[in-house]
Design a protein around this ligand. Sequence first.
Ligand SMILES: Cc1cc2nc3c(=O)[nH]c(=O)nc-3n(C[C@H](O)[C@H](O)[C@H](O)COP(=O)(O)O)c2cc1C
Length: 183
Amino acid sequence: MAETPLKVLGLSGSIGRTSKNGMLVDLALHKAEALGAEVHFWDLESKPLPLVGEDGCWSHPNVKEFQEMASSCDAFLVSSPEYHGTMSGVMKNTFDWVYENHVGGKVFGLMSTLGGISNSNTLNHMRIMLRWLHGNPVSQQLAVGHVKEAFADDGSLVDASMDERLQTLVESVLKTATMYRNS
Ligand SMILES: Cc1cc2nc3c(=O)[nH]c(=O)nc-3n(C[C@H](O)[C@H](O)[C@H](O)COP(=O)(O)O)c2cc1C
């Protein structure tokens, strides 16, 4: 870990921390915190981001705060539900509020949840989107299929191998962000 803790922002493509994506991001953030990172979660329930283009959006105070928060972070742990084979509109709208000057050259850990069988569509689409923002997703990633059954009552992942994959993903994000900071 770097001497000053790495600052990590969690982003969910579902609204609400008790959504499956909110829970998955929270799990990832807890792991990052246990490894010494300073963690934050952008909660769209308490700080909604307007739709890009709607009346008043360009001067919305939450947008400015979100962009400042993103600029101040070293890395991002991001999870989107798969909607019709790609990321949710909420996830895309969240990313539409940041540009290269906020997230360029920064590290991303990508996760996705699916109602059905696990696949990598949403993860791949997020990688393509991040290329336009010059963000750097690590190669590890996590897709949680049949998500309704994936979490235990205490919020942990039922499948221990899935939890191990999440741990590896978070470790890779922090290791890469530390290397970037020291380079
Ligand atoms: C509009 C919509 C489209 C969806 N499309 C898919 C899909 O293409 N594939 C799939 O496996 N699940 C699909 N689902 C199920 C969601 O992926 C699932 O409900 C979500 O991952 C649960 O996470 P959440 O609690 O954070 O919303 C869809 C759900 C909605 C509401």
